[in-house]
Design a protein around this ligand. Structure first.
Ligand code: ATP
Ligand code: MG
Length: 237
């Protein structure tokens, strides 16, 4: 099977004032893959996802489905099919679960499309369906993560950018979230997963990149990275 790059970053750099957060990042995500970006605190993982969805200014090129998206703002990258689930979930605490989901569908025009996506979210997250009228902020951490992923799915995306979905969750909930990520992928969703939890992420990914102080220092199949001494010592200890 020939690989087709859905997302391709080439020599992408980004700064926050004088501080360089990303230095010549090049990476690609092919259709149907789970690719993970692992690295420690402050390595530039979140910044990489923000660069893709247009939340920060970058130099270099970022192509998605053949379009150069490097200068597009978030609402336009979202329209093209990029869905970002940010670090810390960022659901709307005062809105109900259903309203949170509807916010994710703001690009969809037809009511039928919205209902169809809702049904899809309910299939993956029955718990979310049970809590439609509860305020988002009163959901547990795990439920909020499910809601955040569900909200992203509402936009009918072609790629999901997941920023530390396991953060702050109990191990059993982390297992569930990772299982759902795998299921989503098995039904065709392409995923770029950012994690500090390198072991879990590499266990479900096809390929991985290791980022350190804004630079990609290593890339390989997830299996090889799991067995790589440099990786095990730095991230899997
Ligand atoms: N809004 C900001 N203003 C200034 N510097 C920032 C800002 N956001 C991030 N940085 C800096 O950019 C670098 C990369 O940060 P980033 O959030 O991408 O790291 P990360 O790999 O996601 O870390 P973590 O695992 O802690 O979430 C860090 O040095 C950070 O301090
Ligand atoms: Mg981060």
């Amino acid at each position: 099977m020939t690989k087709r790059a859905l997302l391709e970053m080439s020599q992408v750099s980004a700064y926050y004032d004088q501080i360089q957060a990303l230095q010549d990042i090049s990476l690609e995500v092919n259709m149907g893959e789970i690719v993970t970006l692992v690295g420690s605190n402050g390595a530039g993982k979140s910044s990489t996802l923000k660069a893709i969805c247009g939340q920060i200014k970058t130099s270099g090129t970022i192509s998605f489905l053949g379009n150069d998206i490097s200068k597009l703002p978030p609402h336009q990258t979202a329209k093209l099919g990029v869905a970002h689930v940010p670090e810390g979930r960022r659901i709307f605490p005062k809105l109900t679960v259903k309203e949170n989901l509807e916010m994710g569908a703001f690009q969809l025009k037809s009511k039928k499309d919205i209902e169809q996506q809702m049904e899809l979210v309910y299939q993956y997250f029955p718990r979310v369906k049970e809590r439609l009228h509860q305020k988002g902020g009163t959901m547990s951490g795990g439920e909020q993560q499910m809601l955040a992923i569900g909200r992203a799915l509402m936009s009918k995306p072609s790629i999901l950018l997941l920023d530390e979905p396991s953060m702050g969750l109990a191990p059993i909930i982390v297992e569930q979230i990772f299982e759902i990520i795998q299921e989503l992928n098995q039904t065709g969703m392409t995923i770029l997963l950012v994690e500090q939890n390198a072991y879990q992420a590499l266990s479900i990914a096809h390929r991985g990149y290791v980022i350190q102080t804004g630079k990609i220092i290593l890339t390989d199949s997830a299996q090889n990275l799991l067995e790589n001494k440099q990786v095990t010592e730095a991230y899997l200890a």
